[in-house]
Design a protein around this ligand. Sequence first.
Ligand code: SF4
Ligand code: SF4
Length: 135
Amino acid sequence: MIRKISPRTINDDFRRKVKEISGQDIQQCFQCGTCSASCPMGRMLDLLPRKLMSLLQFGQSDAIAAANTAWVCASCHTCMVRCPRGIDITKVMEAIRQLTLRQNINRINPSEIPAEEVNDMPQIAMVSGFRKLTS
Ligand code: SF4
Ligand code: SF4
């Protein structure tokens, strides 16, 4: 599907904040797709990293917020290592998560996790997950 982009749908504030928090020049991305081809989480992502970078360049905050990409990203740094433009996409993903969590919007609610699942979870994974997914 071709997404129509009009100047009114561009969220420049979101784009500016992602750049500020991540320290990355997202406009340097030239859409080569190396990040998407390298991502080990690719099959799980609503938007592959290249697509996310493209939407970010156009300030498409709603589409990015609706996608699971920033939350499922495993922060493995593969995309960052292989990006020919030296963009640290992992930091971009972190910035997108931060902008959501700063609105007190949690990706998961710890109190809704069934007790039997909590008992099976490694404690360090739980702490790590809560730090990533809750405000
Ligand atoms: S590897 Fe880098 S330049 Fe290529 S699409 Fe991904 S972010 Fe853009
Ligand atoms: S850091 Fe995230 S987006 Fe980049 S390759 Fe790893 S899982 Fe994929």
